[in-house]
Design a protein. Structure first.
Length: 417
């Protein structure tokens, strides 16, 4: 049987997780623009009211701009977003920290940078803490509530406990991002392994189906071909002598009828077993396992077809099921080949125990039927059966123009005795 070609399944890799889709960058940019516009509009509306009077309105605008940058670029450019906000935001801010709310862009950039793996936890924490402390230092030009430009002196506003709390908050953002990054990598690894396991399970299932099909085909061939070959040879022999011995036709017809019924019974048994439900995952037993006595029946059919068979079978305990089946089918196939491919009028079959081995030998003196190409699977099936039970099989011509099949089967010590 020919195995059909399959398209290989490619499992996802951890790097594929979180990768932006083709339209994701445009959506993030649009969302970032909306966030910036909404922030600036809210600041402008509140600034014009009487109950909100920020001293430095430029600080709020800088915070909104930084937050818009994080929202717009965090997915596609996490490294640039992290360093741009951590370094650039304090340089633009200038007024000293006016509200803890203004830490949001810095903490968000630290989180997305660590989550994407764009920066290591230690370096990310150090840079984020440095950017947080830089926000505490006023200096440079700034806009007041009335949009007047003031130049602030360089004067750090440092309180030890307040600075420690801000540093802890910055480190927490980086640690949280690193934890999420680790969880996403672990989930991606598990998904990739799960996909690989599913692919391997599909391949194993397909191989099991192909192996079972081959087993069924081999059993059908070995059971039916032997009977049909004997029938064909007997019919040909009767046809050759019909003119001289009219009674030979009646004898051959009676024998063929019996052999045909036996072949049909074997086929019905196989079909019945194939239609019978078997436990999940268990191959169906194709028929009752034949023993060495099947070799005697195959030899009898060969004698009925006109070939004398010298048969030697062992005495002693029963063989293991797999060895008994292999011996029976290999001997049966070898005798079928004698009918099909040899002009021999006699054959020799020997099954003997020697130590911890069981030896099978089927020989015929020939000559072979020249110019007759088989194109079948008999030799292939014999090799497969021998290999399945750890046996060694050799086939080939003998020095006197005949053919020999030799097989050596290992048997358990308690059977060998």
């Amino acid at each position: 049987m020919q195995e059909t070609a399959r398209t290989p399944t490619v499992a996802p890799t951890p790097r594929d997780v979180g990768a932006p889709s083709p339209g994701g960058a445009a959506r993030d940019a649009a969302l970032g623009g909306l966030v910036g516009l909404a922030w600036c509009a809210a600041v402008e509306v509140l600034r014009s009211s009487d109950w909100w009077n920020p001293r430095w309105v430029s600080a709020w605008w800088s915070c909104g701009l930084a937050l818009a940058v994080v929202v717009a670029a965090w997915r596609r450019h996490p490294r640039a977003t992290f360093w741009g906000v951590v370094v650039g935001y304090p340089l633009v801010y200038r007024t000293g920290l006016q509200s803890e709310l203004h830490l949001v862009p810095l903490l968000a950039a630290a989180f997305v940078g660590a989550r994407a793996g764009a920066v290591g936890p230690v370096l990310g924490a150090a840079a984020t803490v440095g950017g947080t402390f830089a926000l505490l230092v006023p200096g440079g030009p700034a806009l007041t509530r009335d949009l007047e430009v003031w130049r602030l002196p360089w004067l750090p506003l440092v309180d030890l406990s307040y600075s420690v709390a801000l540093a802890a908050l910055a480190c927490a953002a980086v640690v949280l991002g690193a934890v999420v990054h680790r969880l996403e990598r672990t989930s991606a690894d598990l998904a990739a392994r799960n996909a690989e396991l599913r692919r391997m399970q599909a391949e194993r299932t397909e191989r099991a189906v192909l192996a079972e099909r081959n087993r069924i085909a081999r059993e059908l061939h070995d059971v039916v071909a032997h009977h049909v070959s004997a029938i064909v040879v007997r019919a040909q022999a009767a046809n050759r002598v019909a003119g001289r011995r009219p009674e030979a036709t009646a004898e051959a017809t009676a024998w063929i009828a019996g052999a045909g019924k036996e072949a049909l019974a074997a086929m019905r048994g196989l079909v019945h077993v194939l239609r019978t439900d078997a436990p999940a995952g268990a191959p169906a037993a194709l028929a009752p396992t034949p023993g060495v006595d099947e070799v005697a029946r195959a030899a009898a059919r060969l004698r009925d077809a006109g070939v004398a068979v010298d048969l030697t079978l062992p005495d002693g305990p029963d063989l293991p099921a797999d060895v008994a089946l292999a011996v029976a089918r290999i001997a049966q196939e070898a005798l079928t080949n004698v009918l099909l491919h040899s002009h021999a009028t006699r054959a020799e079959v020997r099954v003997e125990r020697v130590g911890a081995s069981l030896h099978l030998a089927v020989r015929d003196p020939g000559p072979s039927r020249g110019g007759h190409a088989s194109g079948g699977h008999g030799l292939v099936h014999m090799r497969e059966r021998a290999r399945a039970c750890g046996a060694h099989l050799e086939t080939g011509p003998t020095g006197d123009g005949g053919w020999e099949v030799r097989a050596s089967f290992p048997v358990p010590p308690e059977v060998a005795r």
